[in-house]
Design a protein around this ligand. Structure first.
Ligand code: GN1
Ligand code: MG
Length: 369
């Protein structure tokens, strides 16, 4: 689909002349563009996104969440006198004062400021970066513990309800509409073998030992912006799935995306492994910000959450593979199966090291409390 980006951008309250447009980023869901404006001799950069309204059924509700969260974060940082207040996401208003623009075809568009002098990483090489990334997601949870008002909208219902992900998988397997189940026997057996873990965290929620919190829900490491020079965290991006969730979902998704040195779609599975030193760095960073408010049960399941979220992501990729690649953008045949296999390999590696991971969590949190 070709969009007239220039006329879409013109709907927003931005000064200057739009001098450059190019596609940006590696997300699987939305379409993202970089915009550069010139005002006299200076340039300003922005990020334009088309929201995937097949994935996000209610974009206005999502944008309402994002507005509340970004304003709260900026307000708190400003009150603390933090220089980071100037380096957070801001929703650019349309000329009518709305937070998004809806075009004639029903597409929803939004523009954010671009965070300057900061970068993201898909794969982490240093322990200090891993620690800082996890600290930032812990900080994000902490700064939102006192978000005023009603609970946020659930932008994707049952997003991390793993038993429902499992049920969707079973349904796609029964249908096997693309006759692909025969190609994925090992992965399907693996899911069936481990299916029992899906309920564990929700059982804790039901028994009252794990609370709902405001969480990010997509804590891929590349959703943290890190200052180019100081290597300190600057801000958290991709707020589409910020909604009520479990702290453990966020920690688990970091374990999934930060501990392996391989890309999510790596074909050489020998490269996929859970690096315990990276896990230790994540626990250290996350604990710094969260030791004051996590419940004992949340702490107890930190290592487990890495396994669970990796499993959930495996199930999601496998479901999409069996369903004919309708959800995640693919760039080659079998792409979702490749992604599914990396998750399976990572989960096997986590299982092999789970005791050690639990011991690291215990000693880190015990030292802080
Ligand atoms: C999707 O598009 P992106 O990269 O922000 C997905 C996440 C998955 C991730 C897997 C709304 O995120 O839940 O973990 O792909 N987002 C949505 O790479 O489904
Ligand atoms: Mg995302």
């Amino acid at each position: 689909m070709v969009y007239d980006i220039r006329s879409i951008a013109a709907q927003f309250h931005l000064d200057g002349q739009l001098v450059h447009i190019e596609p940006l980023g590696s997300g699987h869901i939305n379409d993202t563009y970089s915009l550069i404006y010139k005002i006299d001799s200076s340039t300003c950069r922005y990020v334009l996104q088309r929201i995937n309204h097949h994935v996000f059924a209610d974009p206005p509700a999502m944008m309402d969440n994002i507005r509340r969260v970004t304003e709260h974060i900026r307000g708190k940082l400003a009150a603390q006198g933090s220089e980071l207040a100037q380096r957070q996401l801001i929703l650019i208003e349309t000329r009518d004062g709305a937070g998004f623009f809806r075009d004639e075809e029903g597409n929803y568009w939004r523009i954010y400021n671009r965070i300057e002098n900061a970068v993201t990483y898909d794969v982490l090489e240093s322990f200090s970066l891993a620690q800082e990334t996890a600290r930032m997601f812990g900080w994000f949870q902490r700064i939102l513990t006192d978000l005023p008002g009603d609970p946020l909208h659930e932008t994707i219902v049952d997003f991390h309800t793993t038993p429902k992900r499992l049920a969707a998988f079973e349904k796609s397997l029964r249908a096997d509409a693309y006759n692909r189940a025969c190609e994925a026997k090992e992965e399907i057996d693996f899911v069936h073998t481990h299916a029992a873990i899906c309920d564990v965290l929700l059982n804790c929620v039901n028994s009252g030992t794990i609370p709902w919190r405001v969480t990010h829900n997509d804590t891929k490491i590349n959703n943290v912006m890190i200052d180019e020079k100081t290597h300190r965290g600057v801000c958290i991006i991709d707020l589409d799935t910020v909604m009520p969730g479990l702290s453990l979902y966020d920690f688990g998704d970091m374990v999934r995306t930060a501990t392996s040195p391989a890309d999510e779609d790596e074909r050489d599975l020998s490269k996929v492994t859970m690096r315990i030193e990276m896990f230790e760095a994540l626990v250290n960073g996350f604990a710094q910000e969260t030791y004051t408010f996590l419940t004992p049960t949340e702490k107890k399941y930190l290592a487990f959450s890495g396994k669970l979220i990796t499993f959930e992501q495996m199930i999601r990729f496998l479901t999409d593979y069996l369903s004919g690649d309708v959800y995640y953008k693919i760039h080659r045949p079998g792409h979702n199966q490749d992604r599914c296999r990396t998750q399976m390999k990572l989960m096997q590696s986590i299982i092999a090291q789970e005791e050690r991971m639990n011991a690291l969590v215990d000693s880190t949190y015990n030292a802080l409390s």
